[in-house]
Design a protein around this ligand. Structure first.
Ligand SMILES: Nc1nc2c(ncn2[C@@H]2O[C@H](COP(=O)(O)OP(=O)(O)O)[C@@H](O)[C@H]2O)c(=O)[nH]1
Ligand SMILES: [Mg+2]
Ligand SMILES: [Zn+2]
Length: 316
């Protein structure tokens, strides 16, 4: 009798798996041929079939993968799979809201095939003279991304600028597997606790922290409550984009791609004064919509610059 289970934590040869039907946690091993030569063959989040001896005999097809390309080794490193939502957490007070970082996570969401959600946290400290939340909302809304206005510190905070608040966020997360990403200090740990009604606490380790190299020894795992599941993995935290190819970057900006193909030169750098640049010659520079688009273009150009600084011989 085979049972369907999910990998909650993976070691080299042993895997903590949760049997779906009974919720029982078991320690499973894997048939040798499943592991042969490929470290990506069983990862956290995978659905597997296990036999009565708790041996994994099959890995079921993945709906998506979270991965990076290890530029130097020219290979793909998968850290987790089957994740439905990316919760991008930002702070409207301290640390200050960083549009560029949000756009970086959106690129990853696109690349990995995960639906992103945007959370504006620390709204109890919101100062309209410091941040225009309506503008930030509009640029997300343009991309079809749902935005939530919350205060993780004050769970009964009532949203007043945006339509969706903490209760709506809880509903979205219900029954789904999510990852929480954001700069250190934006309130991820607190928000995870607030959305799970205190059932999930990750206070000892920092989810989504970005300090380079700091968490490289930490494992990937799933934490769950009866309401939601969470994947925490060091492999998803960095917001560097140096492993992307320069020419594929635009495909992760569907809102810019349509315009970019209309530039006179295919290698247009989209700078003011460049002959025939769609963004500067076809858009009304005084229009609000243009301002939204230009803020996205700015993020794009920054990332492109970063990618171009990684020598191409190190890539695929
Ligand atoms: N005022 C306020 N402080 C918050 C809120 N959410 C988190 N904090 C505080 O911000 C700091 C960082 O929160 P934490 O959850 O550890 O952030 P993380 O690094 O993203 O996990 C802590 O001191 C929290 O108490 C909030 O909604 N409002
Ligand atoms: Mg934390
Ligand atoms: Zn252009």
């Amino acid at each position: 009798m085979l049972r369907k289970a999910r990998v909650f934590k993976s070691g080299k040869r042993e895997f903590d798996c949760k049997v779906l039907e009974t919720s029982e946690m078991v320690m499973a091993t894997a048939l040798g041929n499943l592991l042969k030569g490929d470290e990506n063959s069983i990862v956290v989040g995978d659905y597997v079939m296990i036999d009565e001896k708790n041996t994994i005999v099959e890995v079921l097809p993945r709906t998506n993968e979270m991965f990076r390309l290890i530029v130097r080794e020219q290979k793909k490193k998968v850290t987790a799979s089957n994740c439905e939502l990316m919760v991008i957490v930002s702070s409207v007070s301290r640390p200050e809201y960083k549009r560029g970082i949000v756009d970086r996570f959106l690129v990853r969401a696109h690349q990995w095939g995960i639906r992103p959600l945007m959370v504006f946290n620390k709204m109890d400290e919101y100062d309209p003279s410091v941040l225009d939340i309506k503008f930030e909302f509009d640029r997300m809304n343009n991309l079809g991304i749902e935005c939530f206005e919350v205060s993780a510190a004050i769970p009964d905070y009532k949203n007043q600028y945006l339509e969706l608040g903490l209760e709506d966020l809880k509903q979205r997360l219900h029954g789904k597997t999510s990852i929480f990403l954001g700069q250190s200090g934006v309130g991820k740990s607190k928000l995870i606790s607030a959305t799970s009604d205190g059932k999930i606490t990750l206070l000892s380790r920092d989810v989504g922290r970005v300090g380079k190299g700091k968490h490289t020894t930490t494992w990937s795992e799933i934490v769950d409550s009866d309401a939601m599941s969470l994947i925490d993995s060091p492999g998803i935290r960095s917001f560097g984009v140096e492993d992307l190819l320069e020419e594929e970057l635009i495909t992760y900006f569907p809102d810019l791609e349509e315009g970019a193909v209309q530039c006179k030169f295919s290698n247009c750098n989209h700078e003011e004064g460049t002959a025939g640049c769609f963004f500067y010659s076809k858009l009304d520079q005084n229009a609000y919509e243009t301002e939204l688009i230009m803020s996205r273009l700015e993020s794009f150009k920054r990332m492109k610059e970063e990618i171009s600084q990684t020598p191409s011989y190190l890539k695929r």
